[in-house]
Design a protein around this ligand. Sequence first.
Ligand code: PMP
Length: 387
Amino acid sequence: MSRIIYMDNNATTRMSDGVSQIMRDNLELYGNASSMHTLGRNANAGIEWARGMLSSLLGCGSGEIYFTSGASEANNTVFNTARELIDRGGQRNRIVTTTIEHPSIIETVKYLRGLGYRIDECPVDSTGMVRLDEMERLMGPDVLLVSVMTGNNETGTIQPVARVAQLAHGCGALMHSDATQAIGKIPVDVNALGLDYLSLSAHKFYGPKGVGALYARSGCPLSAFVHGGHQEKGYRAGTYNSVAIIGMGQAAREAGENLQQEHDALWSLRERLRLAIVENIPDVVINGNQEHCLPGTLNVSFPGAEGESILLYLDMEGIEVSTGSACATGSLEPSYVLLASGVPVELAHGSIRFSLGRFNTREDVDTVIEKLPGIIARVRSMSTRRS
Ligand code: PMP
């Protein structure tokens, strides 16, 4: 088979050459970063270098970065902090989030609700954008935390986070954003956005898997999520994964250096793909907000065709994409993000997410454009869903 055309960069990215290189160079850095001897201090120096790279990318102080295993852990840490504050009693005992967050928030919300905590999910409009009128209505003196993602992983819709932060702060609440999909694609500055907390994961911006970070503004409350050690000022116990953290530092460095250039390149590939799909395939629906959109994400519904079949046919051609479905425990459910945006079930079932990345080329896009119309026609002709 010819080379793989990877268009599933919102699921994960291939590590950049610079990241692979720096990790290889540091593989022998086996000292425990908490040890006081030379080997330990060398590992610690690498970790602090990475912390500096991340803080420059986000425009925060390096003391405000806490390393985690990824964005799921960072998100859980923020919600756990809110839960502990609520448990202490006081006027603020409500959390406000949205219907389109990543499962690491959606499932945490379900879990906390089951325990009796008060959590509201703000609806989104037909483009997957948080409804500011509803958000305003949900604000109040009892709100402790507001959490709205920066850019959606399925539709790419960029949320009005800075405006929501103003609303949250207007009623004295703390503001969190899961910026996992936005890092390296659009500018993410914690002060410009007005964030108290932010979550990210290295493998979404050409870094290694299993490492991420939480930004927590200095002076904002933070509860330890993993107990048992003095690492990360006692907030996150566990021996540092030094090599992965250094890899993430390099990924952050590259993201900061190439941001505008990368944004423009991704957007132009994405638009080439979108225009060709609309031109060459009848009856397609483009999902998400087309004006406020992460540059590499294109979510398309093909009415009368099932997403999973399209995915498998594309895979046979060496083209890797994702469906809009959440494939959980073998059952194929339509995407809750698309359903929350009002996309009908049938269209949600026939959706495909193309997520382009740094390594995609015009030739990749042109190959997809060449193969896709035939695949859609074949799947449509086979589909029992065709009306
Ligand atoms: N938030 C968003 C928006 C994501 O896309 C992801 C990864 N799919 C996560 C959080 C979780 O990241 P990780 O699995 O690396 O913890």
